[in-house]
Design a protein around this ligand. Structure first.
Ligand SMILES: *Cc1c(COP(=O)(O)O)cnc(C)c1O
Ligand SMILES: [Zn+2]
Length: 411
């Protein structure tokens, strides 16, 4: 059997639902649904040995992915991203074992390709012909790419100030792109009006059960890449939180399948100082996060004022002994430069946030020198032309004193 998907289960009220029909959130309580599998049966097929010969894409772990028919499993080669050792940055911050999982090398330049490959594939399998998304940029680009790949129509609702490259990607993939005055939650409201009236399927974060399954593969892969074990800490830039909750779900499934033990990494949520609803709820000891008013940050992927999966994010952080931390926009930009200049990894602003969170958590002693720590570098820097604003020296080939000009420029 290709997939051992059995049913959907509400993460809040526990109600169960069949998988043969299109579904969004829990019809009983409105909260997040999770895909559930016959893990005992899946474990007999998805063994360590069976995995060895499989391609490194999302469908490597098809037994515990939702798509039933391999013909519907869309792929652009997402996943299988490198776990890079970053000893120069590690030494600088005081870590013996610091790693970066480089999600920027996914097909659409961010880890969003995992979630949308899964959601669009499964939507197609259930008969959807048009998908819609509110997005800060990366999710829209990923949805548009997989919709094109699967022959579905794509409708995208983005904040007006979304990065130019991401708008261009969506248009070029053939999506219908609409800019919205406001933030991602405003884009979500308008997208919903379109979905309700036109019958497009909404693939918003955690508002359907299958995007999280794609994100889950980050956890599956990391465990396999480390030789079937987990690190001491995972640091993750958190917006809607699908990545955090997806990985947390992955580790549970791997344990139930006998592929890893009961150890869990400390799950560490990083947000921006001026958009930190999860950090605030964590500090207040709350399970649900009040929406953040007046959110702003240079990191679009984490400019998410409210998350439907807030309780799932906070549960995983607390159960893991992790923490939630906010950093400033200046730190975010510094973090991008640190990772690029010390390790040669040019990442998106969201990644700058986790780099500086690692530094701060090491300095505070929350993380120890020998804690094996993995930074999830969720996006590529090359998508962010809006951050490129340098004052270069311009040299004249006829200038007899060109060497002076060269020296002066960086004096
Ligand atoms: C969307 C996004 C995030 C936030 O991811 P969630 O899983 O929704 O919390 C982080 N980084 C980048 C680059 C993103 O595009
Ligand atoms: Zn429910």
């Amino acid at each position: 059997m290709y997939s051992f998907l059995t049913h959907l289960e509400c993460t809040n009220c526990g109600e169960q639902y069949p998988t043969d029909k299109l579904i969004t959130t829990c019809p009983a309580c409105g909260k997040v649904l999770y895909a559930r599998y016959d893990l005992a049966a899946a474990a007999k097929e998805m063994t360590k040995e069976a995995l060895i010969g499989r391609p490194w894409n999302l469908w490597r772990y098809h037994e515990i992915m939702p798509v039933q028919d391999p013909a519907n499993a869309l792929t652009l080669g997402e996943g299988g991203t490198a776990v890079l050792s970053t000893p120069r940055l590690g030494k600088h911050f005081g870590f013996d074992k610091l790693f970066v999982k480089d999600e920027g090398r996914n097909p659409t330049g961010s880890f969003k390709s995992r979630g949308l490959a899964s959601a669009v594939s499964r939507a197609k399998e259930l008969g959807v012909s048009a998908v819609s998304i509110p997005s800060a940029g990366n999710a829209a680009a990923a949805m548009s790419a997989y919709a094109a790949n699967g022959g579905l129509d794509a409708y995208v609702f983005m904040p007006e100030d979304a990065p130019a490259v991401m708008k261009a990607e969506c248009v070029t993939y053939g999506a219908k792109v609409y800019l919205v005055k406001g933030l991602i939650n405003d884009a979500g409201k308008i997208g919903k009006i379109g979905c309700d009236a036109r019958g497009w399927f909404d693939v918003s974060t955690l508002k359907e059960p299958y995007r999280a399954e794609g994100k889950k593969t980050m956890g599956l892969e990391l465990a396999e890449q480390l030789g079937w074990r987990v690190p001491d800490a995972i640091i993750y830039p958190t917006g809607g939180g699908t990545g955090i909750v997806g990985m947390w779900k992955a580790f549970d499934e791997l344990e139930q399948m006998g592929l890893i033990g009961s150890k869990r990494p400390k799950m560490i949520v990083v947000q921006a100082e001026n958009c930190a609803p999860i950090v605030r709820a964590f500090e207040r000891g709350e399970r649900f996060a009040e929406p953040w008013q007046g959110a702003h940050t240079v990191a679009p992927g984490i400019r998410v004022p409210g998350a439907i999966g807030d309780y799932l994010i906070l549960d995983s952080v607390r159960q893991s002994g992790g923490t939630c931390i906010a950093v400033s926009d200046d730190e975010i930009l510094e973090g991008v430069r640190e990772l690029a200049s010390k390790e040669g990894i040019y990442s998106s602003p969201e990644v700058g946030a986790i780099v500086m969170a690692a530094k701060n958590l090491r300095a505070s002693g929350f993380l120890k020198q020998d804690d094996e720590t993995v930074l999830f570098a969720t996006g590529a820097g090359i998508k962010h032309t809006e951050l490129v604003d340098f004052d270069f020296a311009v040299l004249d080939p006829n200038d007899p004193n060109v060497l002076d000009a060269i020296d002066r420029a960086y004096a």
